[in-house]
Design a protein. Structure first.
Length: 738
């Protein structure tokens, strides 16, 4: 039986309490009930409720606790195993999606059903990590914004992590390398294996505990001593879940593939073996998946064959080889090694378009007139015999001098490529020339030099014909269903228009350096290309072009034919690199199907494969960047003799200034706490201002710095400012005079 005094509505003490709070008792009761209806996996403590409702004082605490007592008695709430309060009326809206870890305080939940990404506080993640597929409850916060809480982890992105092991007498912990993994992993003493204190190890999670407890793991591989080249490369592979080797079943399957091409197979293909054909690739390339052929037709036009390795002939659907290729989805290029999508017997031998041997190909053949107008086209299975393997340098020499074997053919192709390029840019294509670096390594992997990768006409020649093939294959398939107003399922490479807000922010950034970006209309691409041309060879070139790429939407794979904004193509796909990209292999299979049939294939299946390929592509890009960053930091550490480096300010935050060293393209941070004044962030103008000296350090400023610390394990560079500015943008000077 309930006592009357237990009812807060009639209790004197509660009447007195109500007078001491800004909220009336009834309002507070309603707010607590509404808060408790919001799902929280681990429940609410009284302290959490007080914090969420922004209450203060002892009286508020007492009132909250008494209300909770009544709600318990009324059966509105109950105490869970953790001794926290949960509502019996909890009916959240739940969604399934992916966690995108941002930092140690919060993450974002990405779901196709939601119009926007939803922020989730770290306390509400449970033990979900970056990339995990989760079930999330969505609710509206007191501030009117959508928030979420992870109710269940449905699928782990990975259960293996690399890190440094710290061993005590009875157990150990592994501090992971993964910047998006904020939990140390507990290793029982009998799961340490042969690891020694301080080793870099690979750990497999055995058990995920509830919140507040560390996951339990087992050491499955000792990678080596921290800071050593091989150890750190293996650590990067472990961090991004990259495979070390192919399964035995795959290698056995590949071993049985025949070396010879049967006469029956040749009869089913168009024969290009007597037509001049060659490849043009980097000097260190081991696999050649595209070749060009050239012959003059009787009508004076040129027939250009874009011949792509016929990987689909060897990689059959649903085989062990196909499943492994799909899982990898792309080759990954670290600074010192390639992690291939296909085993070497295929990528370097059977499928590689090596010179002086017959090879099976899938070709896009174009008839072009002298002005590079498309007159005719043909798609189908072919066989070729490459006459010559050119490096880009060798092809460039023939373009510049007109001398050497096949010089005439290369110059003809180059002239046609220039005309194709001119048409693209007139149509609105944007020149994305993201600067890249390459390393000169010794036999131990130590970086001796960092050099920029330079794109010349020979690179652009190949690029234009690959773009033409990719574009026309996509258009061919799309137009198969045009008469029915229902295009068949296809794997497209899509690139959506940029977010308007991001564009305007970027325009403000570059205006500081004297560049103008048009954010709307047809002149947008023209202004981007003008900026690219004007910045070429200048210190800010790398910064501007990287920022331009970040401003744009990310290209991805999809079955939706929405076009490619950056290339200004209505339809575009990836057809030209099936040795290293699984989407290209899918496109080959689809094209072969549509050459024989008008019947479409199931869309949902291919959309899921597109998402997988896009995710794997992002993983590969991040791993490649991590390996580059590691080698840049290592190079700076080796060169740390106290010298002064010239740099450019690439970003400002409330805790530091990012500076890119011009010579090495390596970005580091100058911490505000290391400067000669208390600097405050002026976010609107992308700068920091000294409180007492009034010195200004802004985005785009040229500065001189020294290396303070090069941390190989964290892959970070701490810098010390030696000189604030070596120059200031003109428009900034004028602004300060006013």
């Amino acid at each position: 039986m309930k006592k009357k005094s237990a009812n807060p509505k009639t209790s004197k003490s509660h009447k007195n309490t109500r007078k001491s709070n800004s909220l009336s008792y009834e309002n507070l009761l309603e707010k607590i009930k509404n808060l408790l209806k919001r799902p929280k996996l681990w429940g609410y403590s009284s302290r959490t409720i007080i914090r969420e409702l922004q209450l203060e004082g002892k009286q508020a605490k007492k009132q909250v606790e008494r209300i909770l007592e009544e709600l318990l008695e009324d059966g509105f709430i109950y105490l869970n195993e953790q001794g926290r309060y949960k509502s019996q009326e909890e009916h959240p809206d739940t969604y399934i999606g992916t966690i995108d870890y941002v930092n140690s305080r919060y993450a974002y939940f990405i779901c196709d059903e939601l119009a926007e990404d939803v922020r989730i506080a770290t306390d509400d993640l449970g033990n979900a990590l970056d990339g995990d597929t989760v079930k999330v409850a969505i609710y509206e916060s007191p501030h009117g914004k959508l928030e979420g809480e992870v109710l269940e982890v449905l699928k782990r992105k990975t259960d293996e992590f690399g890190g440094i092991i710290q061993i005590s007498k009875t157990h150990a912990f592994v501090v992971t390398d993964n910047k998006k993994m904020y939990l140390d992993i507990y290793i029982p003493f009998d799961e340490i294996g042969k690891a020694q204190n301080g080793d870099k190890v690979l750990v497999k999670i055995l058990e995920w505990h509830k919140i507040g407890k560390k996951p339990v793991g087992r050491v499955i591989k000792v990678l080596g001593k921290p800071g050593e080249h091989e150890t750190e490369m293996h650590a990067i592979m472990a961090e991004y879940g990259l495979p070390y080797e192919f399964p035995k079943s795959v290698l056995q399957y590949v071993k049985k593939l025949p070396d010879e091409i049967s006469e029956d197979e040749i009869k089913q293909r168009r024969d290009f073996r007597k037509i001049t054909t060659f490849t043009i690739d980097p000097d260190n390339a081991k696999d050649f998946d595209d070749a060009l052929s050239l012959q003059k037709l009787e009508n004076g036009n040129w027939e250009i064959g874009v011949h792509i390795a016929d990987v689909s002939h060897y990689v059959k659907p649903n085989t062990a080889l196909d499943k492994e290729a799909y899982n990898r989805a792309t080759s990954v290029y670290l600074v010192d090694r390639t992690i291939p999508m296909l085993p070497e017997r295929l990528s370097n031998e059977l499928c590689s378009l090596n010179p002086h041997v017959d090879r099976l190909t899938f070709s896009a053949v174009f008839e072009l007139d002298e002005n590079a107008n498309l007159v005719n086209e043909w798609f189908g299975k072919t066989i070729i015999h490459s006459n010559r393997r050119f490096t880009y340098e060798e092809a460039q020499e023939r373009i510049e001098t007109g001398k050497g074997d096949f010089a005439e053919e290369i110059q003809i192709l180059n002239n046609l490529a220039k005309k194709l390029s001119e048409k693209r840019f007139k149509a609105g294509a944007i020149a994305f020339e993201t600067p890249e670096v390459k390393f000169v390594l010794d036999e131990k992997g130590t970086p001796l030099a960092i050099k920029p990768k330079i794109r010349k006409e020979a690179h652009k020649l190949i690029e234009e014909f690959m773009l033409l093939a990719n574009k026309r294959v996509a258009e061919f398939v799309f137009n198969k269903g045009k008469s029915k107003n229902h295009p068949p399922t296809m794997v497209y490479r899509i690139h959506e228009p940029p977010n308007q807000e991001k564009l305007e922010t970027f325009a403000k950034f570059v205006a500081r350096l004297g560049y103008k970006i048009v954010t709307q209309g047809k002149k947008m691409s023209e202004s981007f290309n003008k900026m690219t041309a004007q910045s070429e060879g200048k210190p800010e070139q790398n910064v501007l072009q990287n920022l331009a790429v970040r401003t744009m939407s990310k290209a991805k794979y999809s079955t939706e034919p929405i076009g490619h904004f950056g290339l200004a193509f209505e339809h575009y796909t990836h057809f030209t690199s099936p040795i290293r990209r699984y989407p290209d292999l899918m496109v080959h299979r689809l094209l072969e199907h549509y050459l024989q049939s008008n019947k479409s294939v199931p869309k949902d299946t291919y959309e899921e494969k597109c998402k997988h390929a896009s995710e794997r592509e992002r993983r590969a890009t991040e791993a490649e960047r991590a390996s580059i960053k590691y080698k840049q930091v290592e190079f700076m550490k080796l060169k740390d003799d106290g010298r002064v480096w010239e740099g450019i300010v690439t970003g400002v935050t409330d805790f530091g200034i990012y500076v890119e060293i011009i010579e090495t393209k390596c970005e580091g941070m100058v911490r505000l706490s290391d400067l000669d004044d208390f600097y405050e962030l002026d976010e609107q103008n992308y700068r920091v201002i000294g409180k007492y000296t009034k010195k200004i350090i802004a985005f785009g400023d040229m500065v001189k710095v020294k290396v303070l610390q090069a941390d190989l394990l964290k892959r970070t560079l701490d810098l010390m400012l030696v000189q604030e500015k070596t120059n200031t943008p003109k428009n900034e000077k004028n602004k300060r005079k006013r």
